[in-house]
Design a protein around this ligand. Structure first.
Ligand code: SF4
Length: 369
């Protein structure tokens, strides 16, 4: 794949996979270690110009500048919550100046030192799946991000973490704008860069990719033995309720999801995490908890019960504490490993898509395939 910038015919090096970067260097007659050096400058050191690649000769830097560019997303805005959560709005280097959001969720030890520094990244501008509770789903869909644009979000926030906490980002979750497995290639490639020893060198165990349940792609992850964790955004435990809030369930229902998840587990022997937003008087009854327990026992799995951040214009609301307690008790009585996740950053539009919508980004609807 040779992808070019929007402004001219130069190759954007960050749109190339590692293998494609090697071929690009081979075509220039460069020795193979040069490609590793360039990869390192792009993804470990996060430079945005060839002049900064100081271990390349001046002549080579100028040849590269004639043929290629290094695109980098730009931060346009950020907000910090009282609980330390930071939300970023980035502008992409395209003609439309599309914007995407990322979130840094820091956890601290009792003495105030940083523990986990989790980055939630976007994989698409907007989303085609239109889940009824989701701000991004209301925008429509614009385009997929390249793997370089996904890695850039992490790189930018990683630099900030090093400055602010003297510590590198520890965990990545693909749970921002967009459906990650609908942009399969870029997501897989970006995760490979984040775990590459010449990239950010993160453990694949620290990376989680979420999906609303794209069954074909779940099986593909298993066939390719992709090493990161899988999370499934479930949010309802029977087809009737899931159909109501997640249109994807009309074409890929829970029976099909069960088949894909079982296949995934038998290939990789890796447990699944289910994400379950708890909505008031919609999916928070004892019967819902029983149905959820059945799903969690399809294969070894756990569930995160998430207290919803209310979104303007959405009828579904955050469940009440008393119903949460009942729900959790029922899950525990069915031997389910369940954790309650409190929404972070309620005071800063931290629900995915809220900030981009505020900035006036509205899209179109296209095919879900
Ligand atoms: S929840 Fe995920 S898949 Fe559903 S509309 Fe939002 S971004 Fe898309």
């Amino acid at each position: 794949m040779t992808t070019t910038t929007n402004t001219d015919t130069k190759t954007d090096l960050k749109s190339l996979t590692k293998r494609e970067l090697q071929s690009f260097c081979e075509e220039l007659g460069l020795q193979s270690y040069r490609s590793d050096q360039i990869f390192q400058w792009l993804y470990q050191k996060g430079v945005s110009s060839f002049d900064e690649m100081t271990n390349l000769s001046k002549d080579l830097r100028s040849r590269l500048a004639d043929l290629a560019t290094v695109n980098r997303i730009e931060k346009v805005h950020h907000q910090q919550s009282k609980d330390g959560t930071m939300k970023f709005l980035f502008e992409l280097q395209d003609e439309e100046k599309h914007k995407v959001e990322s979130v840094l969720i820091p956890d601290f030890f009792p003495d105030g030192a940083p523990n986990r520094l989790t980055v939630c990244v976007s994989s698409q501008v907007g989303c085609v799946f239109g889940c009824s509770f989701c701000a991004t789903g209301k925008m429509g869909f614009f385009r997929n991000l390249t793997h370089g644009e996904i890695v850039d979000q992490v790189q930018y926030i990683n630099e900030l973490c090093l400055e602010k906490y003297d510590k590198q980002v520890t965990n990545i979750v693909y749970m921002g704008m967009g459906e990650p497995l609908h942009n399969y290639q870029s997501v897989v490639e970006s995760a490979a860069i984040l775990t590459d020893e010449h990239g950010l060198d993160l453990s694949p165990k620290r990376i989680t990719v979420s999906t609303v349940g794209l069954t074909k792609q779940i099986k593909k992850l298993a066939e390719e033995r992709q090493p990161f964790n899988l999370a499934i955004s479930l949010h309802a435990a029977n087809d009737e309720k899931r159909d109501e809030i997640m249109p994807i369930n009309n074409s890929m229902n829970l029976e099909q999801l069960k088949e894909a998840v079982t296949y995934y587990y038998h290939q990789l022997h890796r447990p699944i995490t289910y994400e379950y937003l708890l909505f008031d008087e919609f999916n928070d009854t004892v019967e819902d908890a029983r149905e959820l327990a059945e799903i969690v026992h399809w294969v070894p799995s756990k569930v995160n019960i998430i207290m919803y951040n209310d979104v303007a214009g959405v009828k579904l609301k955050r469940a009440r504490e008393q119903r949460l307690d009942q729900f959790m008790q029922e899950l525990i009585s069915h031997d389910v490993t369940a954790t309650v996740r409190r929404s972070r950053g309620d005071d800063i539009d931290a629900g995915c898509g809220q900030l981009a919508i505020k900035e006036g980004q509205k899209g179109k609807t296209i095919s879900k395939n």
